[in-house]
Design a protein around this ligand. Sequence first.
Ligand code: BGC
Length: 745
Amino acid sequence: MKKLFFCSFTIISLLFFKSHAQTNLERDKKLSELISKMTLEEKVGQMTNLTLATIAEKTDEPIKLSMEKVKDVIVNHHVGSVQNVISHAYTIEEWHQIIKTLQDVTLKETRLKIPFMYNIDAVHGCNYTIGSTLFPHNLGMAATRNPELAKFCAEITAKEVRASGIRWNFSPVLDVGRQPLWPRFGETFGEDVYLTKVMGLSSIRGYEGNSLKTKGVAACMKHFVGYSVPASGKDRAPAYIPEIMLREYFLPSFRAAIDGGAHTVMINSAEVNGTPVHASKFLLTDVLRNEMGFKGLIISDWEDIKKLVDRHRVAGNNKEAVRMSVYAGIDMCIVPSDYSFYDDLIALVKEEKITQQRIDESVRRILELKYELGLFENPYPEKEAAKLFGLPEYKKVALDAARESITLLKNEKNILPLSKNKKVLVIGPNANSLTALNGAWSYTWQGTKEDYFSKDELSIVNAIRKKAGDVNVTSIDVKSLSGLDATIISNIDYVVLCIGEGAYAETPGNIVDLEITQEQKNFVNFFRKSGKPVIIVVTEGRPRIIREIEPVADGIILAYWPGSQGGNAIADVLYGDFNPCGKLPFTYPKYSGDILTYDHKLLDEAVEVADPYNFSYKFDPQWPFGFGLSYTTFEYSNLKLSTDQLKGNDKLKVSLTVKNTGKLGGKETVELYSKDLYASITPSVKRLRNFKKIYLDVGVSQLVEFEISKDDLAFVNADLKWVTEPGDFELMIGPLKAGFSFSEK
Ligand code: BGC
């Protein structure tokens, strides 16, 4: 029976590969013919990407294309793709009108009728279409530890993007978030390599699905590579990453996504070790293409080729910058507002400084993407796809994701969940703010304009009102304490204080201090004096330091930027309609001068210095990576390894029992860490190797199993090679530990 299954599986696979290979042959033939007919100008036009503002009337109130500009871009300059919005999201009808106009001009007025392609940032839902569903940002998605849910959210995003007539999404960010000051920290899946790999791959699978021809959208891995660890913490600032670290921490999420079939990649705007990544042949061609085998399309980030001249100063003029970046490996340039890239690249080919062959390589990749996306068959917004926009069930998925992301950080004397018939004061700068729930990229780039949000969306206070009833909820919409009268708390049982950050994106989100603002600390201190229990709800895109106010709070929940259902999800957790299960995807720092990831080296934990100096330092974050409480309790027991001698390519089976020992059903993420006891490169104190999320009813136990192979234990050695050295290892799951040794034979 097994044999029969194996045979039929093999035949089906062979047929699949054969038909796949045939399709590729047909595609390659068609594209070769097309490329052979294209002029240099038509080719370079395909490599040029502009922003919507270059083809529209001056404002988008309402959005109106300028036919004169459209024709100049598409017909005179052969431009093959445009992206972005001018200042805010559009309705689905507006998008359809834009795409239809662009395809009409392309198909009716260009010689070769190569379909046009639109691209967009849909980074936590289809955030540039009005009425779309917004999900938690990636940081919150990582806290869910639920890759299936991440995939589901990405699938819905893809449906809404495709419904809008767009087929290429600039998402997800695969940069590992190891510098919490960085204003794009909230767009990352957190600090851990394995978690980023798993969650990133799930979103890519959700975006792209099985075939891009009729469904899904092309994903874009962002931003290759090293963008997320600027030494200064500022956006687009220099990073210094020794190659051994680059390979150990920053390349693996991209490699996993490439192996998973991601179609496109966007390049880091900043520089690594003094070389702007847009000019790095080493990173783009030697590593990304040749070593990691990426065959898809490499797009620049916004204006970054120009920045080689005026920001990085490695090129004396734009033409030189274009030469450098195309030579390094860029296929398509987000110019985004003029023809400088187009003019200079044409000149460079004519002067024989860039070969025709190099141009043809890029053009083929671009046309391949258009082909894969089904644009050659049907470039217009698709009626069937449009039916999948804004379905009511998407809200439930957004709610599930927001709920599962919420991380309970403190619950003194089980103050939470709150009782629905007690009186609560809901206050603080984020209490009645939709933008603080949705963060960056929410109908506007900065996410700060609430006019574009759905009228049904509930802020934290409104969601609490809905749940606990108006009579039980008092709220004062104040951003600061001035004028606040202490008597407001006289009839109150609890204070729910909503603090953290508002919305911001990219460079405007730069800060000089991770500490939460003084104004917000004042709020906490004001309520401390009242003697009433204080529950702090934090919504933020990066961990703002709350060391000074943490002791005052009886309960703390962290909701990240939870998206459109964030208000409801927070209310559900506060009142116990959902048992929290989020786990921190980063190490929550206690001091701004003490930023250390959980997988640091032992030497980072300085030893004590004895008398007379009496100095001691230990790794002391506010909360560790993986931390997150529940309203129930779980007991871990019976950790077993199938062997204590792992050999060669064998697998080590790991099992344990997890039991819900509390009074409420709940989800628990079981995380498996390993520790290499001795190695030629100093080992990290621990590394996450796998995790599983399970649901357990009260009193129920479950056997949880993992498998470990030598590849899971590998690290990059001094020769920059991935190796697993023979020796002793320890596995850690919750409070349990077990040791084994590894040998090749
Ligand atoms: C951001 C990218 C984004 C691009 C296009 C840039 O400013 O760095 O992440 O995809 O704009 O909008």
